[in-house]
Design a protein around this ligand. Structure first.
Ligand code: HEM
Length: 399
């Protein structure tokens, strides 16, 4: 089931709007140093030289619980490093907890403003599009499922929202923002997972790799987030001027770099990102036992809050943003009346909301409640309304 035919991959790519020129050898080379994948030097061969050995040692020496306690109060980008960290770990954070020299504050400020102006669409697309797409990225689904966090999806979803929320906040990259810290915490969590998951017999039984979360995998996930959202905003004809597009890309370039991906492998333009996405994301999308279960849990969580729509509508909205093929893989029950409604009412809603059509659709208030409720779900960071601390796992999911 995991090997999609090329034709299926293409039709899915068309549905997701992610099809571009397809020459697999060029996938990473377009941003890197030549035929990297052939030579064993592409991003699928890169993990994290700075963080991985450190976290293996922190886990083996039993320092992780102390780190989790010490860094709970370390939140803002300009917060001093907390006391109580092992010296080696503090020295590492001291080195990496900063923006790269090529970060452009003007673009980052514009990106933050764009995120605020477009937050409802972004939360919808990240939450129902990218979030559910992550369950049909087999490597991601399997590692998320078998890592410790997979056992409590509500908590994990809330932590992941923290990343999106901190990235989207005005001033996210400024000294008083929180994103640089959140990204560095995430980088360290990924490094811990690289040490822990290979010790899980459950993960090893289903994985097609020996160490998870390569730089290539992170780029794949970036395409399921940034590149996908970029394409959908254009598809939906949401006003999205070139300066916003560039700023949005830049914020993701910085985010991906803070997660440890070397600069030379990060796409420079959206055209490059879309090309890469068509080559490395679209063809690998496939259902897995783990992904189907995770999607059920994620949609179950979303359905718990009152979105002002039925579960059938929610299922059909996911089908609308991700294709029927993905909906079928995940077993999302059909609701044909809602399907017809979504496909006509949503484009009309966007056009009216953006002042591109004078006709207010009859379903305007229902859809407005839906987008507001989803946005609140994100803005409340899942449920509590307070920062959900990112913590380093110390083990894997038991079974
Ligand atoms: C943890 C974001 C790529 C697998 C996390 C966390 C965040 C995050 C915020 C910490 C919160 C939590 O514990 O859930 C991202 C972003 C990515 C990315 C923004 C790329 C742009 C990936 C990839 C994989 C992956 C490519 C696997 C293929 C995991 C796992 C955890 C994790 C297994 C640990 C969950 C646990 O605590 O057990 N990620 N991630 N991530 N991520 Fe990622």
């Amino acid at each position: 089931m995991e090997n999609l035919s090329r034709r299926k991959a293409l039709s899915l790519g068309v549905a997701l709007g992610l099809v571009g020129a397809a020459n697999p050898v060029q996938a990473w080379a377009s941003t890197g140093t030549g035929a990297g994948s052939a030579a064993g030097t592409g991003p699928e061969w890169i993990w994290d030289d700075a963080a991985d050995p450190l976290m293996a040692s922190m886990l083996d020496q039993g320092h992780v619980l102390a780190i989790n306690t010490a860094w709970a109060s370390w939140v803002n980008n300009d917060d001093p490093l907390p006391g109580g960290l092992p010296a080696e770990f503090a020295a590492y954070l001291g080195r990496v907890n900063r923006l790269p020299s090529w970060a452009d504050q003007t673009k980052l400020t514009r990106a933050a403003d764009f995120n605020r102006r477009r937050d409802t669409y972004l939360f919808m697309l990240y939450g129902l599009g990218s979030g559910i797409m992550s369950t049909v990225i087999p490597r991601e689904a399997k590692s998320v499922y078998w890592s410790a966090g997979g056992a409590d999806m509500q908590d994990r979803a809330a932590k992941t929202f923290t990343f999106g929320y901190d990235l989207s906040e005005l001033g996210a990259f400024k000294p008083t923002g929180q994103f640089v810290v959140t990204a560095n915490k995430t980088r360290v969590v990924h490094a811990a997972v690289r040490h822990l998951l290979p010790q899980s017999p459950h993960w090893r039984a289903v994985a097609d790799e020996t160490v998870p979360i390569s730089a290539a995998d992170i780029l794949v996930t970036f395409h399921s987030l940034g590149t996908y959202v970029h394409r959908k905003l254009l598809d939906w004809r949401v006003p999205y001027p070139a300066a916003d597009q560039e700023a949005f890309l830049h914020s993701w370039q910085v985010a991906v770099h803070l997660l440890g991906v070397p600069y030379e492998h990060i796409p420079r333009t959206w055209a490059e990102a879309e090309r890469q996405s068509a080559q490395v994301l679209t063809p690998i999308l496939a259902p897995s036992t783990e992904g189907i279960e995770l999607a059920g849990e994620l949609l179950g969580l979303t359905a718990q809050i009152d979105l002002g729509v039925t579960r059938g509508f929610l299922n059909e909205f996911v089908r609308y943003v991700l294709s029927d093929e993905v909906g079928d893989w995940l077993g999302l029950r059909r609701d044909y009346a809602s399907a017809a409604l979504v496909r006509t009412a949503w484009p009309a809603y966007v056009l009216f909301r953006e002042g591109l059509s004078p006709v207010m659709p009859g379903t305007f208030y229902m859809l407005d409640q839906f987008v507001r409720a989803l946005a609140m779900l994100f803005l409340n960071k899942g449920s509590s309304g307070t920062t959900t601390p990112i913590t380093i796992p110390t083990g894997n999911r038991a079974a």
